[in-house]
Design a protein around this ligand. Structure first.
Ligand code: FES
Length: 234
């Protein structure tokens, strides 16, 4: 049996398993910590930092830091909420996100966080970076303008032999998400759908299935991101 640890989040007493990441332990205790790059049970990348919490007085990524016995975690403080909002704003200005024309609108985690944190005009200047799209594979439309470099697709979408279908190319300003055209040629509809679903933005879209789900009826059109976790434990 795994060892349990007791900790608090904003004063609420919580119980988790030794070695469990803060973000997952928090969710099991009904506390929502936002994530963009994290996926439960997948090795964390710790790249977006939107999950930043203060644990024992230090800012940490909740998706890469395990809970410890007696840990005191701050989550919903004005300071942390502003850090998260700033990160969301930064992601919006670094890419070219045109939500009204995006197939992921209403199903997009970044957009949903923008609403949650009541983002209006970002505090940073827009970069308006030129990014190429790749529509040359049979099932996927790769819209790099919306990529936030979370690496979810690289970590999750693999062929039967375990080879990643997506990969990063370049570094710094030239970094971009790429798709292996040879491997992508054999992607099934299910793989393409999974790739689209795990992308937290609208960078990976399936071809030929646009707007099957009406705007206004999508996941975050009906509820605030994270409310599932909070409501499950009331
Ligand atoms: Fe923790 Fe992205 S969700 S760093």
């Amino acid at each position: 049996m795994s060892e349990t640890v007791k900790f608090t989040i904003d004063g609420k007493e919580c119980i988790g398993k030794k070695g469990q990441y803060i973000v997952d332990a928090a969710a099991e205790n009904g506390v929502y910590i936002p994530v963009l790059c994290h996926m439960k049970d997948v090795i964390p990348a710790g790249s977006c930092r939107v999950c930043t919490v203060k644990a024992n007085g230090r800012n940490m990524a909740a998706c890469t830091s395990p809970v410890e016995e007696g840990m005191s975690i701050e989550n919903n403080t004005a300071e942390l909420l502003d850090i998260r909002k700033a990160i969301v704003e930064m992601l919006f200005v670094e890419g070219n996100h045109f939500c009204p024309a995006c197939e992921k609108s209403g199903n997009c985690d970044l957009q949903a966080l923008g609403y949650k944190y009541q983002m209006m005009v970002p505090r940073f200047p827009y970069v308006f970076e030129r990014r190429n799209i790749d529509a040359t594979t049979p099932k996927i439309f790769l819209e790099r303008n919306r990529c936030i470099f979370c690496k979810r697709c690289v970590r999750m979408i693999k062929d039967a032999e375990g080879r990643s279908i997506f990969a990063f190319k370049g570094r710094g300003e030239t970094l971009e998400i790429n798709i292996d055209h040879k491997l992508a040629a054999n992607m099934t509809d299910e793989m393409a759908q999974l790739a689209m679903d795990i992308c937290p933005v609208g960078a990976i879209l399936r071809k030929e299935v646009g707007f099957n789900e009406a705007i206004g009826t999508r996941k975050y059109d009906k509820k605030v991101i994270g409310s599932d976790i909070e409501n499950n434990h009331q």
